[in-house]
Design a binder for this molecule. Structure first.
Ligand SMILES: Nc1ncnc2c1ncn2[C@@H]1O[C@H](COP(=O)(O)OP(=O)(O)OP(=O)(O)O)[C@@H](O)[C@H]1O
Ligand SMILES: Nc1ncnc2c1ncn2[C@@H]1O[C@H](COP(=O)(O)OP(=O)(O)OP(=O)(O)O)[C@@H](O)[C@H]1O
Ligand SMILES: [Mg+2]
Ligand SMILES: [Mg+2]
Lengths: 165, 165, 165, 165
C-alpha cells in the first residue's frame, strides 16, 4: 500500500494546482521558510478526514481555503485528492487504486468522494479505520509532537500506544 | 482491550530497549506503566541512560538526546503496527550530524514497508533521500513545487538557495 | 508603574514594527494591548503580515516565520533596555539559510553594546562568529571544551565532526 | 560591561575544571548532542542566582552536582565563578572587575561570594537588580522560550515586557 499522488488546489497557499508524485523510497521536501512544506502535511491530514481545525493550525475550517495575496484574489473552494495504491488490499475495498477527494466551499458546504463517487466523511474514516493511516494516526508527525511524546504530558504518549494497539 | 493493550505495550517495550541502544550506540532505556494494575489509565514512564552516563530522568537530557529518545519510541510503535506511509516534519532539527545519520539509517531499514516523507532543512537528510521536492514561492504567497532529484541527483549541488532559481 | 509600562510598550511597538519589516524584507506587523484601559493586566496581541501575503494570525504562520517574529519581538525589547550580554540556545534551528543570515546581521548591529553567545548546530552561524568554542565529551559523560577559532579561523574547515578529534 | 570568564567545576557534566573566556563580539558554542553546551547556559543562570530548579531542567537542586559516570565517582560540590568587567559602572559597586562565586554541597549547604568575600544570595540578586542581567532576565534565552513568546501563553510575553520596563 503506497501513496501514489497528492493533488492540491485552493488549499492554503496552493493557489495553483500542485501535483506531488510519491515514489517508493525516502522523499525529502525542502525549501525556504513559509513556502508551503508543512501545508503539504496539512493537506494530507485534511484529505484523510481531519476535523480538528487546531491540528491544521487554524481557528475555523474556512481558513484553509486560499485567502488571496497582494496579487491574487481569494479562491472559493479548496480541493485535495489523494491517490493510493491498494495492491495488498490493506484498505477494505476491492479497488487496487483508491482515490479520495475532499472539497470545502466558502459557503461551508463540503463534498467527499471515493473513486469519484460522492460519499460521506464517515465513509472516508471507515476506509482507514484500523490501518494506522487515518488523520489521527501516528503516520503524520509534526515537530511539536516529538516533544509531546517525551514531555510530561503522559496523555500524548498514551494516545500513540492506543493507536498502535 | 486490556489484554490487547498489555500485549502491545510488552512488544513496544522490547523494541524500544533495542532501538534506543542502537540509536545511542550503547546505553539503555526502558518504559513501564506507573500503575500496572490499571493499564488502560496508567501513566507511561520513560527512563534512559545514554552510554557511559548515569541514569537520568528525561528532563535532564539534552535537546538532541530527547529528540532521539522520542524517535526511538515512535519507531518502536511503528514496528508493532507498521504504517504504510509516514510524514515527518523537521524532526531532525535538534540532531547533530552523527545522530542525524543514525536516524536516517533506521529510516532506511524501514523503507521497504513504509514510504517516508521528510520535511527538512538538513543537508544530510537531503543527500540521503532518493527523491527531493523543492517547495518555493515565486509569486508572493503562492506555493510552487519543483522536482529536484529522482535518485540520480548530485548531492553536492543541493542547497535551499539553488531551489529558488 | 502604569506609565512606565505604557511608555515601554509604546517604544517596543515602534521597534517591533521596524525590526519585523527588516527581518522579513517587507511586510508589516504590530503588537497591541487587548485591553488598553488595563495595561498591567491586559493580554498582548501580535498580528503579522509577511511580504506579499495577507494578514494572518500567528498560529497559521510557518515554523520559521514564527521564530523570526519572536526574534523581532525579543530584539525590540533589547533595544528598549539593552542587556550587556545575551546567550541564545539554538534559536536559529527553524530558520532557512537566508533568514539565518538576516538574523545574524541583526546580531551584528547589536554587537557593539551586547556580547552575544550563540549555542548552535548551524554552519552559517558558526562561520559568522568571531569566536568559536567546541564542546566535546572525550571521556563518557565529562564535558571538555576546545577553543576552535578566535577571529582568524578558516570557516571552510568547521564542522561538528572535526571538533571531536 | 562584559562577561570576561566563566569557570565551572562539579556543575552537571563538568567533572573537570572548565574555563571559558568570553571575548568581545559574537561567540558560537558548538558540538555534538549531549556534550554540555546547554549546561554552560545553566551554569550561567545558576551563578546569577537562579533558584527555580525547573529552569535548570532538574527536579531538586542537588541534581546539578556532577553525579558520576561509568568511569568517575560523583563529586561532592558544584562551583561556578563568573568574572565580569564593570568598567562602565553598570553594577552598583565601585569595583571595575566583579567576580561572583556560587557553591552547592551535597549536604545542601550553599556558599556565595562576591570578589571572594562571603555574602548572601540576596546580595547577588541585588547586584544585578534592574540591570537586565539577573538569572530571570531575558539575557538568557532557551529554545522553548522563543515558542513561548509568540504562543498563546500571553503571560510569557507579559513577563518579558515587565523585564524591559
Ligand atoms: N488560507 C491560506 N491562504 C493563503 N496562504 C495561506 C493560507 N494558510 C496559510 N497560508 C500561508 O502558508 C504559509 C505557511 O506555510 P508552511 O507552514 O507550509 O511553511 P513551511 O514551508 O513549512 O515553512 P517553515 O520551513 O518555516 O516551517 C504562511 O506564510 C501563510 O501565509
Ligand atoms: N548532575 C549531572 N552529572 C553528570 N552529568 C549530567 C548532570 N546533569 C546533566 N548531565 C548530563 O549533561 C548532558 C546534557 O548536556 P547538555 O544539555 O548541555 O547538552 P547539549 O550540548 O546542549 O546538547 P544538544 O545539542 O543535544 O542540545 C546529559 O546527557 C546529562 O547526562
Ligand atoms: Mg513548516
Ligand atoms: Mg542543548
Amino acid at each position: 500500500m503506497n501513496l501514489k499522488k497528492l493533488e492540491i488546489l485552493g488549499f492554503k497557499s496552493f493557489a495553483n494546482k500542485t501535483v506531488i508524485d510519491f515514489s517508493r523510497g525516502m522523499t525529502a521536501i525542502v525549501g525556504p521558510n513559509g513556502c508551503g512544506k508543512t501545508n503539504i502535511l496539512d493537506a494530507l491530514r485534511w484529505v484523510l478526514g481531519e476535523q480538528k481545525v487546531s491540528m491544521l493550525r487554524g481557528s475555523k475550517m474556512e481558513e484553509i481555503i486560499f485567502n488571496g495575496t497582494r496579487d491574487m484574489k481569494p479562491l472559493g473552494m479548496s480541493e485535495v485528492t489523494l491517490t493510493l495504491d491498494n495492491d495488498k488490499g490493506v484498505l477494505p475495498t476491492e479497488y487496487t487504486t483508491v482515490q479520495i477527494t475532499r472539497r470545502l466551499f466558502r459557503s461551508g458546504e463540503s463534498e467527499y468522494l471515493i473513486n469519484k463517487v460522492p460519499c460521506r466523511l464517515k465513509d472516508i474514516n471507515d476506509l482507514f479505520f484500523d490501518t494506522g493511516m487515518g488523520a489521527h494516526s501516528y503516520s503524520v508527525i509534526q515537530q511539536d509532537m516529538i516533544e509531546a511524546v517525551i514531555s510530561d504530558k503522559a496523555e500524548e504518549r498514551r494516545f500513540l500506544f492506543e493507536e498502535a494497539a | 482491550a486490556k489484554e490487547l493493550f498489555e500485549a502491545t505495550f510488552a512488544q513496544v517495550k522490547i523494541n524500544f530497549k533495542k532501538l534506543f541502544t542502537e540509536l545511542f550506540t550503547g546505553g539503555e532505556a526502558d518504559i513501564f506503566l506507573t500503575d500496572p494494575s490499571d493499564p488502560l489509565e496508567s501513566d507511561i514512564e520513560i527512563i534512559a541512560r545514554p552510554r557511559g552516563k548515569k541514569l537520568i530522568s528525561i528532563t535532564m537530557m539534552s535537546g538532541g538526546e530527547r529528540a532521539l529518545t522520542a524517535i526511538s519510541l515512535l519507531f518502536s510503535l511503528y514496528m508493532v503496527k507498521p504504517s504504510p506511509f509516514c510524514i515527518l516534519d523537521e524532526i531532525d532539527a535538534p540532531l547533530d550530524d552523527a545522530n542525524c545519520r543514525r536516524f536516517l539509517k533506521i529510516i532506511d531499514t524501514f523503507s521497504n514497508q513504509t514510504q517516508f516523507i521528510l520535511i527538512t532543512h538538513n543537508k544530510i537528510t537531503m543527500e540521503a533521500s532518493h527523491n527531493l521536492y523543492g517547495v518555493t514561492m515565486e509569486q508572493f504567497g503562492v506555493t510552487k513545487l519543483v522536482g529536484v532529484k529522482f535518485s540520480e541527483f548530485e548531492p553536492d549541488n543541493v542547497s535551499e538557495s539553488t531551489l529558488i532559481i
